[in-house]
Design a protein around this ligand. Structure first.
Ligand SMILES: *[C@@H]1O[C@H](CO)[C@@H](O)[C@H](O)[C@H]1NC(C)=O
Ligand SMILES: *[C@@H]1O[C@H](CO)[C@@H](O)[C@H](O)[C@H]1NC(C)=O
Ligand SMILES: *[C@@H]1O[C@H](CO)[C@@H](O)[C@H](O)[C@H]1NC(C)=O
Ligand SMILES: *[C@@H]1O[C@H](CO)[C@@H](O)[C@H](O)[C@H]1NC(C)=O
Ligand SMILES: *[C@@H]1O[C@H](CO)[C@@H](O)[C@H](O)[C@H]1NC(C)=O
Length: 415
């Protein structure tokens, strides 16, 4: 078991922590509200479990969906993300994306579109422009899906430094209704690798402490704690939320590891219910402290569709007949079937590594069965024409070795 008494929050660049010298990127405060609301609603469904999510990753994935939505579907999403308009959302997304250039961060967005699905070029352009998406056209509906699933998992694994190896399980592209097919996957990957400003000494890491959960008996002698002394930005918030807060600094002061520890006899759930974005930004003072935090690694997985539909008022997006995604494709129906979210975190003496992947999967009507298979596996003729004029003409009658052609990377041309 892992500690459930502490809230660990990875603060990214957009946080405004007063006592830590930083140059925060100004972001509409209300996106922060979505980030915290998502956390609150996930923990509400997992009352006694460890949780680790990246609201940032889920938010960016949903913002890119919003770019294709209109009508009530769009309104629901804008309300969810606390954005007044799609222009405002685009603007704040761009600001959120600004963390890309930090060396601690690896951020990647990719759109996998089924080869038969007619996606609107205006939509893909916008994804490229605002969110720096790369595009991949693949067969998302082959008889045997192993290969395409492996290909996507490989990409996500690569983007997350191999921390998230199987974002898609073997059955995650299965389609129940024979008239339906996978249309596209919108994927966001986020990887963070931060080193503590001061490392914890390995010799001060000691196993065998007891942990005192809010529910149930103590977990005797199970906990491993790392320890160090130092000056830390600290706030006593006993009078407001019944907890204390400390910011553990990374080498790069723009990032902070914030810990909120409930006071004695106060349950974490009580503190969580009072959390607001402003609480994380409570002014701190630098205090000498002996810091003891667990060493751990933890993997988490959740289909965010549950939380979004049951608790956060997103209904049209997941509804086959109601979803309005007409800026994404003119084909109907098109709707979201899952929002897969996987994360991983390691906290140790050197620092924190954390990874997240969010996959928004969209389903559409299946394409009519393909009747024509045009496979050039025997000699053929080819020509390059301008209107009716043949500019070039040739034949391909025996295999030409292509082993020394460079691979084509993300839309470039091999030479
Ligand atoms: C990242 O980009 C922002 C502007 O977009 C710039 O102000 C900042 O210095 C950059 N940071 C690094 C580490 O390059
Ligand atoms: C856009 O994405 C590509 C591929 O993931 C990456 O190499 C590039 O640095 C990104 N550009 C920006 C501005 O983030
Ligand atoms: C699907 O393809 C993979 C390799 O791409 C293969 O290993 C597997 O046996 C195939 N499964 C079925 C059911 O054909
Ligand atoms: C990701 O892929 C690139 C290119 O194939 C490779 O150079 C890099 O080492 C890979 N990164 C990881 C973490 O596997
Ligand atoms: C979708 O919306 C329709 C019309 O309001 C409703 O009848 C149906 O139950 C909804 N489907 C789901 C899966 O919620």
């Amino acid at each position: 078991m892992f500690p459930s008494l502490l809230v660990f929050v990875l603060f990214l660049l957009y946080s405004e922590i007063k006592a830590v010298p930083s140059k925060p990127v100004k972001v509409e405060k209300n996106i922060d509200d979505f980030h915290l609301n998502l956390y609150k609603n996930v923990v509400a469904l997992k009352s006694n479990d460890n949780v680790f999510i990246s609201p940032y990753s889920v938010g960016l994935a949903l913002a890119s969906v919003t770019a294709g939505a209109r009508g009530k579907t769009e309104k629901e999403l804008l309300n969810l993300l606390h954005s007044k308009s799609r222009e405002k959302l685009t603007q704040s997304s761009k600001q959120l994306m600004a963390i890309t250039n930090m060396s601690e961060i690896k951020l990647a967005n990719r759109l996998y579109v089924d080869i038969t699905f007619p996606i609107l070029p205006s939509y893909t352009k916008q994804l490229q422009k605002t969110y720096n998406f790369t595009l991949a056209s693949v067969n998302l509906n082959p008889q045997n899906k192993t290969r395409v699933i492996d290909q996507i998992n490989q990409w996500v694994s690569n983007q997350t430094n191999n921390y998230i190896k199987e974002v898609l399980s073997k059955d995650s592209l299965d389609v129940k209704d024979p008239n339906e097919a996978n249309a596209l996957l919108i994927i966001n990957c986020l990887f963070f690798d931060g080193k503590w400003e001061s490392e914890f000494e390995a010799q001060n890491t000691v196993a065998g402490y007891s942990f005192y959960p809010d529910v149930g008996p103590p977990q005797e002698k199970k906990l491993t704690l790392m320890m160090r002394n130092g000056l830390f930005p600290y706030a006593d918030m006993s009078s407001t939320i019944g907890a204390q807060m400390i910011h553990v600094p990374f080498q790069n002061k723009d990032f902070t590891f914030t810990i909120i520890l409930p006071n004695k006899d106060i349950k974490l759930a009580q503190v969580e219910s009072r959390l607001t974005p402003a609480i994380f930004n409570t002014p701190t003072t630098n205090q000498m402290a002996v810091l003891s935090i667990p060493k751990w690694k933890f993997e988490f997985e959740n289909d965010m569709k549950d939380v979004l539909s049951k608790k956060m008022k997103i209904s049209e997006l997941f509804n086959r007949t109601k979803a309005n995604l007409k800026e994404l494709s003119l084909k109907k129906p098109i709707y979201v079937s899952n929002v897969i979210h996987k994360t991983y975190v390691i906290v140790d003496e050197k620092g924190v590594r954390a990874a997240a992947a969010s996959v928004v999967r969209m389903i559409s009507q299946g394409s009519p069965p393909i009747k024509i298979y045009f496979r050039c596996d025997k000699p053929f003729l080819y020509a390059i024409r301008y209107k009716q004029t043949i500019l070039f003409i040739g034949r391909y009658v025996k295999v030409i070795d292509t082993s020394n052609m460079p691979p084509i990377i993300d839309g470039g041309y091999g030479r």
